[in-house]
Design a protein around this ligand. Structure first.
Ligand SMILES: Nc1ncnc2c1ncn2[C@@H]1O[C@H](COP(=O)(O)OP(=O)(O)O)[C@@H](O)[C@H]1O
Ligand SMILES: [Mg+2]
Length: 343
């Protein structure tokens, strides 16, 4: 068994492969927040998450008294790892999106050494934690989570935005039990019919066309939805292997093994996990698939489906649904201020 909920290990930093092969400019969106923030505007409480290039801290916005999270990224690390374009895409897309199934950015700013996003705090923890606690989900519950992710992806695809990093670690549960997709580090807005070529994402969730680098588009997200539904139902991903080389081989050529499951679940997974993206289910086929027969998509879009689980959140700053981290704060000399003028 590899990483993921079955192994209890999050696919974090080192599992995320990045190699920038294209520098195709993404359309630039500039929605400048009304207020410029600085770190003294916040009382930092504790770290609630970490990723490849970021630390995410729960904080209080002193002016409003509301909880927020600060996603903090080191400018030098981003530049050293060739992530400047990705971060600029992430900021532009976070500023653009307004959807109740997607985490909302309130502002961004920079200090001498770091870049910051100010994001709404989503206190229910990661879908990863729910899957780790429960191992597998009953199919009816998986239908709910899959449906809300479909709502988020449909919204993004309507903006021609490919998300590219769907996995339970990047899906958060709000206090009311509804989902919010987080982490736009690999998201990109495509020009009409454009394909993109960057090998990026989390290996177990990468689609064959991403690994083969022949160009990929929006349907790569539907492959990732297939892997996520598989993981919700079976507590593992279908191509997992300790060797990264073998993992990629499996994704490209190994047939999917389905341990159990209802015929409708297997039929949806078979349609999503088509190796050739042209054979994969389209959005339209997904919406009308019998796996989602209990879902009225208008009701789902209005966030009116009943969540199967409501997390325990005892106060607005309750962070008990997140792992604990060794907190540290670094300050230093100003660097690369000119590289990120949009922050
Ligand atoms: N808005 C949020 N509210 C609560 N926790 C969050 C929020 N955004 C991110 N996190 C936590 O921080 C982790 C890392 O954030 P993410 O945006 O995924 O960073 P990275 O791009 O480095 O993976 C997430 O997996 C989640 O646990
Ligand atoms: Mg992440």
């Amino acid at each position: 068994m590899g990483t993921g909920v079955g192994s209890g290990r999050k696919r974090s930093d080192s599992d995320t492969v990045v190699c920038t092969l294209d520098s195709t400019a993404t359309r630039h969106f500039n929605r400048v927040p009304d207020k410029r923030y600085e770190t003294s505007d916040f009382e930092v409480l504790r770290t609630v998450g970490t990723g490849s290039y970021s630390v995410v801290k729960l904080a209080i916005d002193k002016a409003s008294g509301s909880p927020v999270v600060l996603k903090v990224m080191s400018k030098s690390l981003i530049i050293r790892k060739g992530q400047v374009e990705h971060i600029k895409n992430e900021r532009a897309i976070l500023a653009l999106v307004k959807c109740q199934f997607i985490e909302q950015m309130k502002a961004s700013f920079q200090t001498p050494i770091s870049l910051f996003y100010v994001l709404e705090y989503i206190p229910g923890g990661e879908l990863f934690k729910l899957l780790s606690d429960r191992s597998v989900l009953p199919e009816g519950e998986a239908v709910f989570y899959a449906a809300e992710i479909v709502c988020a992806l449909r919204y993004l695809h309507s903006l021609k935005c490919v998300f590219r990093d769907l996995k339970p670690e990047n899906v958060l549960i709000a206090a009311d039990g509804h989902l919010k997709v987080a982490d736009f580090g690999f998201a990109k807005v495509l020009r009409s019919e454009e394909k993109t070529f960057t090998l990026c994402g989390t290996p177990e969730y990468m689609a064959p066309e991403v690994i083969e680098r022949g160009g990929h588009g929006l349907s790569t997200d539907w492959w990732q939805l297939g892997i996520l539904i598989y993981e919700m139902l079976y507590a593992t991903t279908p191509f997992t292997d300790p060797s990264p080389y073998q993992l990629y081989e499996n994704i490209i050529s190994k047939p999917v093994h389905y341990p159990t499951g209802s015929p409708v679940a297997l039929s949806l997974l078979a349609g999503l996990l088509q190796k050739r993206h042209v054979d994969r289910f389209t959005e339209e086929e997904i919406l009308k698939h019998p796996f989602f027969q209990t879902i009225d998509w208008t009701v789902a879009e209005r966030k009116e489906l009943r969540p199967p689980f409501v997390p325990q959140v005892t106060s607005p700053t309750d962070s008990s649904n997140f792992d604990t981290y060794n907190d540290s704060t670094q300050m230093g000399t100003a660097v690369y201020v000119d590289v990120f003028p949009e922050f």
